[in-house]
Design a protein around this ligand. Structure first.
Ligand SMILES: Nc1ncnc2c1ncn2[C@@H]1O[C@H](COP(=O)(O)OP(=O)(O)O)[C@@H](O)[C@H]1O
Ligand SMILES: [Mg+2]
Length: 336
């Protein structure tokens, strides 16, 4: 029996799930941890899909349903979806934005379609990609308020395959403006539905707080990536972050998972860095990325030139580390 991987695109996860589980109830749901694209279910098909990687629209599924009802399985299809990752840590300066920009650009250089969503009023992800937020009329603020759709706001970047939903200063007021709004924690999640099918990865760069903006980020994603700076008190605050993630999981988004923690600004000569690494493994058993991001001045310089490290200095240690991190995340996808 051949195995086909089918790229599935639809409006909502729920509707896919209902459709597929309706198709093959006995197969159940595959465990999805660790795969950037969640495997929702295995579907046996009597005919191979038209291409190895196919865009399945609802109409096509209707067609399959008809074919399936006639019986005779001859291949297995794994139904997979694009992945949304939030880069979260309520501490500032730990490398969230650096990770979001550089992971995003390396995933794009691996042929993936990537959207970076800047959810920080400081707009560092926007400026780090060479875009001056003062020149922009709209950004993620208008998306959260429902005044604009994501498609109106997304702009291309200099990196092929990488697009940006920029933020502007207006976002600083969002937390207050959202308080009395309907579905205030779901506003980003709702907005992303429109473009979710256009990208392989959507990476959300969260602000340094656990306020309503970050909650919107967490509700919108499948997985959380936590950069942890190799420094004293690095792990302080992580318990609170995990509690927040647990709370979001319980009340708002049961599927939310931790993709992993990545150690940033690591200095191998420094005893402290190795201690933090050991601690991190205790905190996130099996969830610490092997790729460690070194402290590297080229990484710190790149944003002032408005370029990802991949373009600014691809041979630097920092570049190589982010390239490895992107590969590690891609390998999770390929390991099933
Ligand atoms: N691995 C690194 N080596 C050296 N400097 C770094 C590294 N990662 C980030 N920086 C710098 O540290 C500062 C904080 O990083 P940033 O990614 O903006 O953190 P956050 O988004 O968590 O606030 C920035 O000036 C950035 O350029
Ligand atoms: Mg930042």
């Amino acid at each position: 029996m051949k195995v086909f991987f089918v790229w599935f695109k639809t409006k909502t996860r729920l509707s896919i799930f209902n459709r597929i589980s309706g198709l093959v109830p006995r197969e159940g749901i595959e465990p999805s941890w660790g795969y950037p694209r969640t495997i929702l279910s295995r579907v046996r098909l009597p005919v191979p899909p038209p291409r190895l990687i196919v865009t399945l629209v609802t109409a096509y599924f209707n067609h399959l349903e008809t074919v399936l009802s006639k019986g005779g399985p001859s291949c297995t299809v794994y139904v997979v979806m694009a992945c949304i990752i939030a880069v979260v840590n309520q501490k500032g300066g730990v490398g969230k934005t650096t990770t979001a920009i550089n992971l995003g650009s390396y995933l794009a250089s691996n042929g993936k379609f990537v959207l970076l969503v800047d959810l920080d009023p400081q707009s560092n992800a926007t400026s780090g990609l060479g875009i001056d937020s003062r020149d922009l009329e709209v950004g993620t603020y208008e998306i959260l308020l429902g005044e604009k759709s994501l498609r109106d706001v997304i702009i291309p970047t200099q990196v092929e395959g990488l697009k940006l939903a920029p933020s502007t200063q207006a976002l600083a007021g969002a937390a207050v403006d959202l308080v009395d709004m309907d579905r205030r924690e779901h506003r980003l999640s709702d907005a992303l539905l429109e473009v979710r099918n256009d990208f392989d990865y959507i990476i959300i760069d969260c602000p340094p707080s656990l306020g309503l903006l970050t909650i919107n980020g967490l509700v919108a994603v499948d997985k959380v990536l936590i950069p942890v700076q190799a420094e004293y008190y690095a792990l302080e605050g992580l318990s609170q972050l995990l509690r927040t993630i647990g709370m979001v999981r319980q009340a708002l988004k049961p599927e939310l998972e931790i993709l992993g923690a990545v150690l940033t600004m690591y200095d191998g000569r420094n005893r402290l860095s190795t201690d933090v690494m050991a601690e991190l493994h205790r905190f996130f058993p099996d969830r610490v990325f092997k790729s460690v991001i070194p402290r590297n001045v080229r990484l710190a310089e790149a944003p002032s030139f408005g370029r990802p490290i991949m373009e600014y200095d691809p041979w630097s240690k920092g570049a190589k580390a982010y390239e490895r991190l992107a590969k590690e995340i891609l390998d999770l996808e390929h390991s099933f």
